[in-house]
Design a protein around this ligand. Structure first.
Ligand code: PSU
Ligand code: MN
Length: 315
């Protein structure tokens, strides 16, 4: 692992595994790191990150977990680096706004969906798997809290596989903003937009596709059209891991009320709510979260493989 890039180019460092994959033109799947530092407790965060990487490999692609360390964007982390990140208490939560400042200062940072998309695009990676994306928060009409993830989807050409969005967000407004920004929102195998822990949200998804091949074809076509921006793939949580809407919605209301009472704002909102939901469900929310991330990793690997095949003109 070395970085001899000139000062005028992005400071990217590839892990040995990712470097080999690039040399062999194998499909790659980017993975974010905010889910590790701000989304799950230690040690489940590191265990999950490793299982997600293994799932990507099992489905025929190479994982590239992305984070900022030592003034470099790391594309792929070795085991000890992943463990250090999982234990880090002072990692910054990096979105588009913070990425350069973190790099320039040499601090450690975990990338959100937005920052991971930027890094993936710089590294030539087409597909990225995560759990949930940021969106329009409830009360956004007064707080203006709209995640930079949505704007990133509008401008950076990466297909993002998630399990929909959590009902801690205002889902109708989130879908409206994505439509305004011209982001394709694709539900997988069903007509309804999934809501993270639950397969249903009561909202129709704008688009539906039933196979990795279709999703890959749309990704390739967008590039041929010169369209900037990515696709948001919403893969419903596996049936056996689902927490029904009737069960999770009251818990979400409780977590939101706690956040409001404690005056939680800005970047702290999403991590606070995730932690509170973990406590209120005695860890059941985390179990579901792990199951859906693993399934998203599998689907993302299949899409990445299809993109490579289709670009090579193979059937
Ligand atoms: N939503 C989730 N799980 C997460 C996040 C969001 O269900 O882990 C993380 C992701 O990294 C996402 C970020 O990109 O939080 C969004 O933060 P904000 O809402 O502050 O933009
Ligand atoms: Mn926000």
């Amino acid at each position: 692992m070395s970085d001899n890039s000139p000062a005028s180019s992005p400071p990217l460092v590839y892990s040995a595994e990712v470097q080999r994959a690039r040399a062999d033109a194998r499909p790659l799947v980017a993975l974010e790191s905010t889910i590790i530092t701000h989304g799950m407790p230690y040690p489940q965060n590191v265990e999950t990150a490793r299982r997600v990487e293994a799932q990507v490999r099992a489905a025929g692609a190479v994982p590239a977990t992305i984070a900022v360390m030592g003034g470099r964007i790391r594309i792929g982390l070795a085991d000890d680096e992943l463990d250090a990140l999982g234990r880090a208490r002072d990692a910054m939560k990096l979105s588009r706004a913070d990425l350069a400042a973190c790099l320039a200062s040499g601090r450690t940072g975990a990338t959100t969906v937005a920052a991971t998309m930027i890094a993936a695009a710089l590294a030539g990676i087409d597909v990225f798997a995560t759990g949930g994306i940021g969106g329009v928060h409830r009360g956004a009409e007064s707080s203006f809290d709209v995640s930079a993830d949505l704007h990133e989807l509008a401008q950076t050409r990466v297909t993002v596989v998630c399990a929909g969005a959590k009902a801690i967000l205002d889902l109708p407004k989130t879908l409206e903003v994505l439509e305004t920004l011209g982001v394709p929102v694709i539900a997988v195998g069903q007509d309804e937009f999934p809501a993270f822990w639950s397969r249903t949200s009561g909202l129709a998804a704008p688009l539906r596709m039933d196979s990795a091949g279709e999703i890959a074809a749309a990704h390739v076509m967008r590039a041929r059209l010169g369209l900037p921006g990515g696709q948001l793939v919403a893969n419903p949580i596996p049936r056996e891991a689902e927490i029904p809407r009737e069960t999770i919605v009251p818990v979400i209301e409780q977590a939101l009320a706690d956040a409001a009472r404690q005056g939680i704002a800005a970047k702290a909102v999403t991590p606070f709510l995730l932690q509170r939901l973990f406590e209120l469900t005695q860890g059941e929310s985390l179990r579901a979260n792990i199951a859906l991330v693993l399934d998203n990793a599998r689907l993302a690997a299949q899409i990445a493989g299809e993109i490579v095949r289709q670009r090579q003109g193979r059937p």
